[in-house]
Every structure is written in C-alpha cells, then in structure tokens.
Design a protein around this ligand. Structure first.
Ligand SMILES: NC(=O)C1=CN([C@@H]2O[C@H](COP(=O)(O)OP(=O)(O)OC[C@H]3O[C@@H](n4cnc5c(N)ncnc54)[C@H](OP(=O)(O)O)[C@@H]3O)[C@@H](O)[C@H]2O)C=CC1
Ligand SMILES: O=C(CO)[C@H](O)[C@H](O)COP(=O)(O)O
Length: 474
C-alpha cells in the first residue's frame, strides 16, 4: 500500500478536521484514535477524501503506514494524554521522525518534552493551532515552536493547510521549544478578554437598556462593519439572532450563565504575573469566568442584597451606542497592549526573540481573535519592529485619544447602574495608570518604609532613604 506522508493521533473536534484539511491539500495521511470506533466513523464520513486517509488501529500500524522520516501530529487533550502518546510513540518511531504536539499545551510542558526528546533522535515541535472546528477544517492560524530546521521540514504542509490573509499564510515559526505554545496561550488570554468585554457590553444593552437579543444583534452586526470588525463580533451577532428549536426563545436566553474554561486563560495570567507584566484585562476576564461558575452563591447574594431593576441607563440611545462601540474598542486596545507586552516580556526572559509583527500577521485570519484590528497592529509593529507597548505606537495613541473618553463614560455609567464591567474597568484603570506620569506609589513606598524600613528613593536626590517615622517603625 502507498505510504502516507504524515500521521495524526486524536480524531476529536480538532484532529478530525485538521486531518481532512491535510488530505484535501493532497497529502496522504495515516490516522489513529484511542477509541477505534471513532476512526472507523471518521473514515466512513470522509467522502471524497477517503482515498487519502489510512485508518490505523494501533500506533505500530500508524508508524508502519507513514514514509520515513515521519511527521506525526498529536491532537489530544492537553497534559497527561500528550505525555502518554509521546511515550508510546517513542517505541514505534525512529531517528529523524518528528512529533508535533498541536493541542493547547502549557508551554512549560512543551519545554520539558522538547528537552526530554533531545538526544533521542526524534524531533519535537510544540505547535499552537487556533480557529476552532471551522479553522481546523479550512485554515487555522498556526504558531510553531521548535528548531528552525524542524520547521523547514514541515513548513510546506503547514503553510498549505493554514488560513490565508490576502494570500499570505497564517503559519509561522516563532522561536525555539515552547515559543509557539506560549504565543497560543497568550492568544487565548486575549481571546478571554475580548469575549468578556463583548459580554459586558451585551450586559449593558440587555440590563441597562432593556434590549431584547434580536434588538442587540443588529447593533453588533453594525459594529462588525466598522473598526470592531472581527470574528468574535460577527458570531456575537449571530448568537443573538438564533432561536431555540424547543422553546422558540432566543438561545442566548436559555443558556446558563456559567462559563467554562480549559486552562489557557489561567496560564496566561500566571505567566504574566511570573514575568511581572500587568495583564489586568485578561486577569479580570479569567476571574469573571470563575465568578460566573459560583451560580448558587450569586443567587443567594442577589437575594441578600436585592435584585436590581432592569433598564437602568437612560439618555439618547444613538449617542450611547456610539459610546459603547468606542468603549469596546478602547478596552480592546488596552487588552491587546497587555497581551503583546506579556509576549515581549517572555521573549526577553526566555531569549526567544519573538517576532511581534509576524505574530500579529498570522492572527489576521484563521484564529478566533482574527480581526481588522490585527492588521492595524501588524502595520504598527511593522514600523516599530514590535518593540515597546502598543499604547505608545503613534497610530494607537491617536485611536486611544479618540476612544478612551467613551470607555470612561461607559465604565462610570455601568458602575452607577450596578452593572459589572470588570474587564472594561480594568482596561481603563490600566490605561489611566499607564499614562499617569506621577502616580501614587510614593505612598506605598512610605508605608513600606514606615512598617518595614524598606527604604525609598527621593525625587530630588540619588540613593536610598528612610522617613522620619521614629519609634513607630515596625
Ligand atoms: N476545540 C477547539 O476549539 C480547540 C481545541 N484545541 C486543543 O486541541 C486539543 C484537542 O481538542 P478537541 O479536539 O477540541 O478535543 P475533543 O474532546 O474533541 O477530542 C479529544 C481527543 O483526545 C483524545 N484523548 C483524550 N484523552 C486521551 C488519552 N488519555 N489518550 C489518548 N487520546 C486521548 C480523544 O480520544 P477518544 O476519542 O478516545 O476520547 C479525542 O481524540 C486540546 O488540546 C484542545 O485544547 C486547540 C484549538 C481549538
Ligand atoms: O483554543 C481554543 C480557541 O482558541 C479553544 O477553543 C479553547 O478551548 C478555548 O479556551 P476555553 O475552552 O478555555 O474557553
């Protein structure tokens, strides 16, 4: 039988679609799934692509079906399952074969796996893939970490299956070992912030203006035609339009307000904290998902404090909608500035030399946060080389100057109305603190020195000083 060019393990949502994408681009692919019945069903439903798919019932069969040197993609749940698959593959593969972990791995695991495989003859690639089901099938954004030499060996197939932005492939080698998975993690952190801020604006429209889903849908659809144009805004409008077949009610109204999460948002926040880079909008988004999961506690608290009235915001609706659009845009700028700053911090810390303009470019299509906005970021980073906070790029200074007064008004009105906007208000506070030449941490320094003799710097002299606190010092 003709040998396959590539193998794939894990025929779940992402793996099955990625396998079809690879087959569609003309590559013969061998596939294996832990639950064999899924492999059979997958091949059965592969239609015209069936002839390019080699179903395998074991990893030995999979290895035998691929022409060496073998590239094998693992697309299973993150964590232990990946380690188990790598351990089992090591017995079946030989020198020069490449193992590619394409799931959402924690980059620390990727660095460890990369190191463990060094000297084994096998090569390891940690690859972030974004785009969900649809992206995997028709073109995801692909973020590769590993040796540059290993990237050249798989570049053709990965660029072929990736999304294209005006003909440019959204796949790139971003740096050694964990670089690809780190960038994918921060992509997801930004995704969390984007989604949370959209949900907060939806909350203002629903509870502040008492608008029904079908009234809100055209608002988002309209914004999708302007500066907020993005996949997430587009699907938000579609979500708001959809009805539940069983009840006839808008689907969004029957979905429980308890958000799930698989870990990438939390990893983003942990890494931001470890690197000492503020990522407050992302942190707020992760915390909001956690708080959303305390459903019973929230219901009890609502009972204790009393239910707030719906329709809490009044005034000229057109002006308010314009403010909401600009507020969301300003929040988005701050959240992306934070995400890119975390990547810049990691790049320095781990010596990765992450190519920021390339990252912005490969996020313009295929991935969940794809947007017109990323093209603006790519352009700004193209000029600056991607160094420094996005908030200091000339184009972003202009945009933020126009948009931040709206963010300020919306956060203030939401606070007055009792509507929670944690990500938007964190974004605003970050911006206000970032642009404040003289902040208030002189007081923190005074307090630290008062109770702990930690010392402080003066504005008018070099050196370390103590305050006149006397015996009260702790
Ligand atoms: N869904 C999405 O939008 C995206 C997901 N990802 C990432 O891709 C990866 C796969 O996700 P997705 O396809 O959604 O997940 P699914 O739940 O759809 O599929 C999971 C796959 O993992 C396999 N698997 C689970 N546990 C084990 C194990 N212990 N040993 C061997 N195989 C195992 C399953 O096999 P079996 O059929 O036998 O259970 C199945 O093939 C994850 O890392 C996810 O975070 C990345 C981008 C987007
Ligand atoms: O990687 C993805 C999108 O980019 C996955 O859909 C991921 O599952 C999203 O994260 P979470 O499940 O935590 O919301």
């Amino acid at each position: 039988m003709e040998k396959a060019e590539i193998g794939l393990i894990g025929l779940g949502t992402m793996g099955s679609n990625l396998a079809l994408n690879i087959a569609e681009k003309g590559h013969r692919i061998a596939v294996f799934n832990r639950t064999a019945s899924k492999t059979d069903a997958f091949v059965e439903n592969a239609g015209a692509l069936k002839g390019r798919i080699v179903p395998c019932k074991s990893l030995a069969e999979l290895a035998d079906a691929i022409r060496p040197p073998r590239p094998v993609i693992i697309m299973v749940l993150a964590g232990k399952p990946v380690d188990e698959q790598i351990a089992a593959l090591r017995d079946e593969l030989s020198a020069n074969d490449i193992i590619i972990d394409a799931g959402n791995a924690n980059f620390h695991d990727t660095v460890r796996r990369f190191t463990e495989l060094q000297g084994s003859g096998l090569t390891f690639i940690g690859m972030g893939v974004s785009g969900g089901e649809e992206g995997a099938r028709h073109g995801p954004s692909i973020m590769v970490g590993g040796t540059q030499e290993s990237w050249t060996r798989v570049e053709d197939v990965l660029t072929a299956i990736s999304a294209k932005y005006k003909g440019e492939p959204c796949a790139a080698w971003l740096g050694p070992d964990g670089a690809g998975h780190f960038v994918k993690t921060i992509h997801n952190g930004i995704e969390y912030a984007d989604m949370q801020m959209i949900a907060e604006i939806y909350g203002i429209l629903r509870d502040g203006l008492a608008m029904a889903p079908k009234e809100i849908a055209p608002v988002f659809a309209g914004w999708n035609e302007g500066r907020l144009n993005s996949y997430l805004i587009e699907i938000t409008a579609k979500v708001l339009e959809a009805d539940d077949a069983e009840t006839g009610k808008p689907v969004v109204d029957i979905i429980l307000d308890r958000a799930g999460q698989k870990g990438t948002g939390k990893w983003s926040v942990i890494e931001a904290q470890q690197l000492g880079i503020p990522a407050t909008a992302i942190e707020a988004a992760v915390a909001a998902r956690v708080l959303s999961s305390f459903k019973a506690e929230r219901l009890a608290a609502e009972k204790a404090y009393g239910t707030l009235e719906v329709e809490r915001i009044s005034g000229a609706k057109d002006a308010l909608l314009k403010d909401l659009e600009l507020a969301l845009f300003a929040g988005k700028i701050a959240a992306y500035a934070q995400g890119f700053a975390v990547m810049e911090g990691a790049s320095k810390e781990f010596g990765w030399n992450l190519p920021m303009p390339t990252i912005a470019r490969i996020w313009r299509a295929g991935c969940i946060i794809r947007s017109q906005f990323l093209d603006t970021i790519a352009e700004a980073f193209g000029k600056s080389g991607g160094k420094g906070n996005l908030l200091m790029a000339p184009a972003f200074i202009t945009m933020m100057k126009e948009a931040h007064p709206s963010l300020r008004r919306i956060v203030a009105r939401a606070a007055e109305a009792g509507l929670p906007v944690p990500a938007l208000s964190s974004a605003l506070a970050y911006f206000d603190a970032y642009r404040q030449g003289r902040g208030t941490s002189n007081m923190i320094q005074a307090q630290r020195d008062f109770f702990g003799a930690h010392g402080f710097e003066r504005i008018d002299a070099e050196g370390a000083f103590h305050g006149p606190w006397g015996m009260e010092q702790g």
